[in-house]
Design a protein around this ligand. Structure first.
Ligand code: FE
Length: 227
């Protein structure tokens, strides 16, 4: 069985938000699908370990922000590789409280959808929440980011808690590459790091000490040399 076949499934990249009392949280996700149009319903798959899962269970509401193709990696990383238990994800981020009272992300979002949970399906590590759409809006024109674009062009990585995470055996890699021990991002000197303005051909050792992982924000010292 070759689970990398699953990489050919196509997805978007989204931030799903919810609330619990007056607390708010959000996380990146790609497992979002419309179920029906009459009434309009949508399904999301959320890892039971994630704080957003706890919030949706409690409040029975969630919002979905459909991210634009040009969304920076570190924005996706903040919502995807860090826990709302450790950081305030919404600091410095534009959002509003939607009609459902769930936070609706405005930065880098092409459109927003709000829903109230009408059914929960226990799927082992994840819960599939099926929601009836209660509000939806187009926020700005642009191309939505696809999961393939995130991986192939942005060279983003996938947290282990994602519904679509597939463990890939590490292949031997040319020397000079360093891997983030937090999120798995690989710094390739042949490609540099366009997000921080680091040109192709820059050796890892020549990156400034202040350089951080473009996906998750980990420090340079948290990178490990790949043999
Ligand atoms: Fe990282």
């Amino acid at each position: 069985m070759d689970l990398t076949a699953l990489f050919k499934l196509s997805y978007g990249v989204y931030v799903i938000c919810s609330k619990k009392g007056d607390k708010i949280n959000g996380q990146t996700a790609n497992a979002v699908m419309q179920i029906s149009s009459e009434p309009p319903t949508i399904a999301i798959s959320i890892n039971k370990l994630n704080l957003t899962h706890e919030y949706i269970k409690e409040s029975k509401v969630f919002s979905i922000a459909i991210l634009a193709q040009e969304t920076p990696l570190n924005f996706i990383g903040t919502f995807g590789f860090k826990s709302g238990r450790d950081i305030k994800k919404f600091d410095g981020v534009n959002f509003k409280l939607g009609t459902s009272q769930a936070p609706v992300l405005l930065d880098h979002a092409l459109a927003s959808i709000e829903a109230k949970v009408i059914k929960e399906v226990d799927a082992g590590t994840h819960t599939i929440f099926i929601g009836e759409i209660t509000d939806a809006a187009n926020l700005k024109p642009g191309e939505p980011m696809t999961y393939a674009y995130y991986h192939e062009v942005k060279r983003g990585t996938t947290p282990k808690t994602a519904a679509t995470y597939v463990k890939v055996e590490q292949k031997p890699i040319a020397k000079g590459k360093y891997q983030c021990s937090v999120c798995g991002y690989i710094y390739d000197p042949e490609k540099g790091d366009p997000d921080s303005g680091t040109p192709a051909g820059t050796a890892f050792d020549d990156l400034p000490a202040t350089w951080t992982c473009p996906v998750c924000g980990a420090s340079k010292s948290q990178f490990e040399k790949l043999a």
